[in-house]
Each structure stands twice: as C-alpha cells, then as structure tokens.
Design a protein around this ligand. Structure first.
Ligand code: ADP
Ligand code: ADP
Ligand code: ZN
Ligand code: ZN
Length: 790
C-alpha cells in the first residue's frame, strides 16, 4: 500500500505525554518490540504516536466526512512521521465487545459455518434450502421466536412470588407485588373481585392462587377503598395485573434499574423450552452436517470442530471447499493456543489476552499486507509453551509483508525481535528517551537500560535463596466440577506463597477465581476456619468511564477536596466540598459535565474521547480554578503524578499514606486524575493492591491474584514480588495464577494444571515445591520451571 522506497519508518520530535522529542528510525517489514519499565513511554511511542498517526491518516483517506472529528481528537504531538503504513491495532485496552458477540462472531468463523450449513448441510426431505442468515440467532430469520435467539427465558414460579405462604395477601404474601400505594391497590381489587385477602395464602384454593399469580386477564372492577386513617377516598375503577405479568413487564420495560433488579429477584432463568437453549428456529435445527446441528458444532471446542470437518464424508465440491476454508481459518486460532474455545463462547467471558489473540488469528487469514500491526503485550495470559506458538504467528504476519510493532515484557518475545526500541531509563519524567533502537544484541552495551540488565545478565532473584516457608494449615477443595474441571481435588497451603500454573485454558482461573474463592467466601464466618478475610485482586477496570480515576478510587480525592474546602479562599466564598467535585453541578465545567473529555462518535468506528473544548480537560469552571491550595488549583493537583504528589502532600498524613503505597508498588508515574479508561488491566490490579496494602489488617487474609505480572517489566516484577512476599511475611496467604517462571520459581508451593487446555486439561498434574514440580514428568510447566530454577 505504501510507495516509499525508504525502508524505515522515521519519527522526528515525538513529544506525546512524557516523550522528550524522540527521534527514532524503525524498519518496516520487521518485528519490532518496544520495551521499558512501566511508565517509561513505550505506549506513548507505539500507540500514542505511531498507531495514532497511522490511524489518523487512514481515517483521512477513507472518511473525509470524519475530518472535523479527527481534528477534534487531535493529532499526536510529533514533528513528523514518514514511511508509515496504515495501521491495524490489536491492543487490549479499549476493546469491549458487545454481550451478543462470541468467539464465532469475533473470528467471523460463524459466517463460514453458516455458509457450510446453508450450502452443504443435509436437509430433511422436502425442506427448502435456507439462506445462511437463517442459521444465525442474531437475525430475525434465524432466531428462535420464543426466546428471540437468547436461548434462555425468564420465568416466575409460585415459590418465588410468594416466599412465605403462611402470610395472607393483606400481610404481604405476594412479595413480588410493588410496594406502597400500588400494592395496596392490587389487594383492594382482589378483595373487590371476591377473594379472601385475610386467609393465609396456603389455604386459598389452588385455582385462585394460580389465577392471582399468573392470569393474563386484566379485569377492571369498581373498588370501594376502605377508609384509611383520616383520608376519605372515592370509589375508582381499578385494573388488575397478575404478579407474573407485573414482574415480566417491569423486567422487560422499566426504565428504572433498581425496579428491574427487584423484578429479577422473582425470576429464574432457564433454557428456552422451544429451542432447548440452541437459540435457532426449528427449521434451522433440522439441518445437519456430519450428523450434527449447527448448534452442536458451535458448542464443541475448535479442535474437535476441526476434526469433524476433516473426517466429514465427502459431499459435493461446494462442501469440500467450504470445509477446507473453515479449517484454514480455525488453524491459526488453535495454533495460538485457543483450540479449547467453542464458537458459542460469549465474548464477555473471555480474557483480554484471549480476545486479542482471537483477533490476531482472524487477521492472519484476512490476507492484508503492507499494513502495520500494533499489539499490546500479546503474551499476556500465555504459558511459555503458548508463547512459542505466538512467535510463529508473528513471524508469519511479518513474512506476509507487514510491519509488526509489539509492546512486550516477556523476555522470550524480546529476544525474538528483529529490532528493539528500548525506552527509559525510568518512568514518567525520568523516562521518555529512546535508549536503544536496533537489533537486540546492541542493547547489551547500554548501561542505563533496565531491560539490558534483565536480558543479558541473568540476575539472581533477590527473593532466593530464602528459607522455605512452612505451611500453617490448608484449604482443601474436593469434587470441583466446573467448566473443564471434573471432580478435582486440590489443597492450597496457608501462610505461604502459592503459584498456580498451566497452559491457557487448563482451568487455573476456574480453580482459583471460582472454586477456591467460592469455598473460602462461604466459610469465612465458620468458627475455627483459619482464613478471616478474602481479597481478590483482579484486572477488571477500576471504573468504566473517565469519571473514575486513581484519586477517586483510592479515596485520595476526598482528602484533596477537604483541603481545598478548608482553604481561606474557599471559606471566604462559602464553598463546600461539593464545589470541588466534578460529578455534581456547581464547580465543574458544564460543557463536559466534569469529564474533561467529550465523546466523539465516528460512524462505523468505536466512539472515542476528545478533550473538552471549554475547559481543555481541566474539568472545572474558571471560578473554581481561582482557588489554590499551596499554590496549585484542583485541576493542577489532579495532573500531578503520584511521585510528585507524595512530595506535595508530604505534610498531610491521610494523603501521604496512600501515595506511598502507590509508589511502593511501582505506580509513581501515574497521574492522580488519570481516567480509569486509560489504565491497563495490570495497572488497575496494582492500584487495587496498593489500596489494599494501605489498609493492611492483622486478620489472616487470603489474597488471590490473576497474573499480577501482566504489563510489568522484569524490573517492576521485582518490586511487586517484594510486596507480595511481604504480605506472606506478615502472616497472610497469597495465591497467584502466573506464567512468569521467575515468579513461580520463587513461590513456596506450586499447583500445576493441565496437561492441555479445555477438555485436555482440568486436572492437577503436579503439586509441590517448585523443584518438585520441575521434576514431574507429564507437566508442560516442568521444563520451563527447571530452567528458571537454574
Ligand atoms: P509505558 O507504556 O511505558 O508503561 P506510557 O507511555 O503509558 O508508559 O506512559 C508514559 C508516561 O506518560 C507516564 O508518565 C504516564 O503517566 C504518562 N501518560 C500516559 N497516558 C497519558 C495521558 N493520556 N495523558 C497524560 N499523560 C499520560
Ligand atoms: P485458564 O485460567 O487456565 O486459562 P480457565 O479456567 O479460564 O483456564 O478455563 C478453563 C476451561 O473452562 C476452558 O475450557 C474454558 O473455555 C472454560 N471456561 C472458562 N470460563 C468459561 C465460561 N464463562 N463459560 C464456559 N466455559 C468457560
Ligand atoms: Zn428459544
Ligand atoms: Zn469541560
């Protein structure tokens, strides 16, 4: 697509965020890895500058109408970029697919499978051939008419609607009814209809109970209200509505989230009886391929689907071509270690890493060439065995004539790069320079690079050797049946650091995040149970809008607002804390309602945020910004980094404590007002951990963490590990799901799941000390762990 003969992408004067006028030349048609400690500026260069610029040019070329909007979003702060092809981003951060999307829709494999059923399926005698749309639950042509393609329906039943049948209707037997006046009205109507509202519910005739709860009739009667207190009411016409009808209507139509939530309590959700959860019309479900319906094939792991297609009896030429095409599209997905997924698995139940790899696999088959792919830590969630497959796939993208930019921390990926751009040396204002741009070997001479220290000198981990910790009791799980775990027994020792390992899809999250968390949560109150508190520190965003940020999440912002409210200037104006909130009218900028950003909708593209034209991102109105605390406005305080704020608030104990906790965990480079939407999963997790560390308690606490090293440079991993081991030293228990073998090698206990993913996993393959697990035959982790143990 690009005509340039210069084989380099040349960046001049990049100043996005902390970048200090960076000049860098990067070869096209190569795999380039961007490295550096957290906050050094890797993403500002790879995403903020290169990707943003490529995307801006692409929009300008394809969508002239969008030019004004693009202008609003702003161009990256850079003097010039030359030689840059258009970009395809596969970053993890801003990608949230809708709840109706699935593995099949994300990879477009569903389209191919539908085509196969439409053209090459076995139809019942006399049936008309169906269009491929008729095999999609997301179209009117295909959706089961009873559940509208959802596969599940909501129902009520008597036990839910009337939880206590000893009560009379007057006493409130029908719990599902609305409260207050409306409920009383329904009761009066029933009385007017001749029902006994004073007898216990149990004693009413079954036919009446059925009618009262479930009738679809809506009789209108004249109600003569009983005189209540002083008020005299006139007779009126009342319309009856059964409890069932009321609940269903409220659940489906109410604008009030709390009313909908209340209605949901009286509903059970069960598979649709018409399609049995298969979401399709009967005509579509009557068509088979290799003896199976499309719903059946969508529910099996992709590896199995591939096997079915491979061994399908020879049909016509059409069947052969379509089946081959499907298999060719499935191949990169299984190659990236995702063969355990089924097409009908919903997108929201996938991890960010799984989603990014699915998109990557889809791109591989798209046949695009001459573009630049920008990836954000594609190794996240990958066992070392899976990472090897990832490298093969990246090589193929490159071989097809593309430029591949990857922000990565995994040293195996870093070593594999053709070209390395190392940013640093430290975070924020102490970073933002390119320390090395060239083949990885050249980094060895760069003394100030933290990456060089880890890439070349294999540092002895400071956590080892240390005395092996003795467990103090254990939590035992047995008969765990969930997802791919079948009758699993596992023992989690307490008072130690435990790592749970296994290839992607082996069942780690299910075992730790669901089975262990569920068991412990259920037993916390039990006398004699050794664990008193359970803390899950996950990677879910700390908020979904730019309104939540680091300061609001940690409670620091309350302290800051109190300081501003107490200032002489605010007191003289009579301002209360609300004046300094950006969530309520008063002090905030009304153009953006305190968000600092306005949402920009681009047709066909995900909506994106642009700085507010009124306050330029300050969030407050000009009057509010006249008040200063120790010389800074509240907007200026929000733009301080944690590190700078720790100095600024050194004399304010309530603020200093949480700032120190954030610094200690390596987040000193984040700004206080940094919107939650800009934080990576790993940063969100560390913010949660820091918040937790500052309120450290004595009660024996079990901490569960899901791949806490995600997004961390090996130097940052050190810092994090010191904190986690500190928790164990303080008498608590830590369980991490982890792929970083250096972390696993430093654990007291390892539980290895597998051997494979999905149906090929779900068993405890090994458990013991790291060196015991490293010697266990049949464990895919063993070899990698042995290498890390040195
Ligand atoms: P890395 O990718 O190396 O972790 P980033 O490029 O994300 O680092 O961040 C580099 C610096 O820029 C950090 O100090 C960070 O706080 C700052 N920064 C990141 N995003 C923004 C933003 N949207 N606005 C202002 N500063 C930002
Ligand atoms: P890991 O954490 O080791 O990557 P998971 O525990 O996430 O593995 O997944 C184990 C198995 O359970 C996989 O086959 C996966 O597809 C399945 N699974 C996980 N979550 C769900 C879910 N929400 N619905 C259905 N299957 C799931
Ligand atoms: Zn249905
Ligand atoms: Zn504004």
């Amino acid at each position: 697509m690009h005509q340039s003969t210069d084989p380099y992408v040349r960046v001049r004067g990049a100043r996005e965020h902390n970048l200090r006028g960076v000049d860098v030349d990067i070869p096209r048609d190569a795999l380039t890895v961007f490295t550096g400690v957290s906050g050094s500026g890797k993403s500002s260069l790879a995403f903020g500058t290169l990707y943003a610029e490529a995307q801006r040019r692409y929009f300008e070329s394809v969508a002239p109408y969008a030019r004004r909007l693009i202008h609003q979003i702003g161009a990256p702060k850079v003097d010039s970029v030359t030689g840059l092809p258009p970009a395809v981003s596969l970053e993890q951060r801003r990608s949230t697919p809708g709840s109706r999307s699935s593995v099949g829709t994300v990879t477009l494999l569903s389209n191919s499978l539908r085509m196969l059923y439409s053209r090459a399926g076995a139809y019942p005698p006399g049936a008309e051939r169906l269009d491929s749309d008729a095999f999609s639950p997301n179209t009117a042509a295909g959706a089961c008419p009873s559940c509208h393609g959802i596969g599940r329906i909501h129902r009520t039943d008597e036990q839910l609607l009337v939880p206590d049948p000893d009560l009379s209707i007057r006493q409130g037997a029908i719990a599902a009814w609305p409260g207050a006046w409306q409920g009383k009205n329904l009761r009066d109507i029933l009385e007017a209809l001749g029902h006994d509202v004073d007898a216990p519910w149990r004693e009413l005739p079954a036919r009446d109970r059925e009618w009262i709860l479930f009738t679809e009739e809506q009789p209108v009667v004249t109600v003569h209200p009983v005189r209540e207190a002083e008020r005299i009411q006139r007779p009126y016409q009342g319309t009856y509505m059964s409890a069932h009808r009321y609940v269903m209507r409220t659940f489906a139509d109410s604008k009030s989230a709390s009313l909908r939530a209340r209605a949901e309590k009286f509903l059970t959700d069960s598979p649709c009886p018409v399609c049995e959860g298969r979401r399709l019309r009967p005509e579509a479900l009557a068509v088979t391929f290799a003896g199976r319906t499309i719903a059946e094939l969508a529910a099996v792991p992709l590896t199995e689907l591939d096997g079915v297609l491979a061994s399908a009896p020879p049909g016509g030429e059409a069947a052969r071509v379509l089946a081959e095409d499907l298999r060719a599209r499935i191949a990169p997905v299984t190659e990236l270690g995702l063969g355990y997924l089924s097409l009908d698995r919903t997108a929201p139940s996938l991890s960010a890493g799984e989603l990014q790899r699915l998109r990557l696999a889809t791109q591989l088959k798209s046949g695009l060439f001459g573009v630049v792919y920008v990836l954000d830590e594609p190794s996240a969630g990958l066992h070392p065995a899976d990472t090897e497959a990832l490298l093969t796939v990246l090589d193929r993208l490159k071989a097809a004539g593309n430029t591949v930019f990857v922000v990565e921390h995994d040293l195996d990926v870093v070593r594999h790069a053709d070209w390395l751009v190392d940013v640093g040396p430290l975070a924020g204002e102490h970073g933002g320079r390119v320390l090395h741009s060239g083949p990885p070997a050249g980094l060895a001479d760069v003394a100030e690079s933290a990456t060089a220290r880890h890439l070349f000198a294999s540092l002895e981990s400071p956590e080892r050797p240390r005395p092996v910790r003795e467990a103090r009791g254990a939590v035992r799980l047995s008969g765990v049946d969930r997802h791919n775990l079948r009758g699993v027994t596992a023992e989690f020792p307490l008072g130690v650091f435990t790592a749970v390992t296994g290839v992607s899809g082996s069942g780690k999250s299910t075992l730790v995040g669901q089975a262990l968390a569920g068991e412990v949560a259920g037993r916390l109150a039990e006398p004699g149970f050794p664990v008193r508190r359970l803390v899950e520190v996950d990677q879910k965003p700390i908020g979904r809008t730019p309104r939540s940020n680091l300061a609001t999440y940690t409670g620091l912002f309350d302290v800051v607002r109190r300081l501003f409210t107490a200032s002489d200037e605010a007191r003289a104006r009579g301002w209360k804390a609300g004046r300094f909130s950006f969530n309520v009218p008063g002090g905030r900028c009304e153009t953006c309602q305190g968000e600092g950003f306005v949402s920009v909708e681009l047709l066909f593209l995900p909506s994106t945020y642009a700085p507010c034209p009124q306050c330029a991102g300050a969030r407050y109105n000009a009057e509010t910004l006249q008040v200063r605390y120790e010389g800074l406005t509240i907007a200026e305080v929000l733009s301080l980094t944690v590190e700078a704020a720790a100095v600024f608030f050194a004399q304010v104990p309530a603020a200093a404590r949480s700032l120190r906790a954030l610094e200690d965990i390596g987040l000193g480079y984040l700004r206080l007002g940094q919107p939650a939407t800009e934080l990576s999963g790993g940063e969100a997790q560390r913010i949660k951990l820091a918040t937790e560390l500052q309120r450290l308690r004595r009660d024996h606490t079990l901490y569960l963490l899901d791949e806490p090293t995600t997004g961390l440079h090996p130097a940052d991993v050190r810092v994090l590990l010191r904190q986690l081991h500190g928790l164990v030293e303080a008498g608590h228990s830590v369980v991490v799901v982890e792929h970083d073998m250096d972390v696993v090698a430093g654990a007291d206990w390892v539980i290895d799941l597998g051997p494979g993913g999905g149906a090929e996993g779900g068993r405890v393959v090994a458990s013991g000390t790291p060196s015991e697990v490293a010697r266990t035959p049949g464990s895919r982790t063993a070899g990698y762990l042995a290498r890390a143990l040195g």
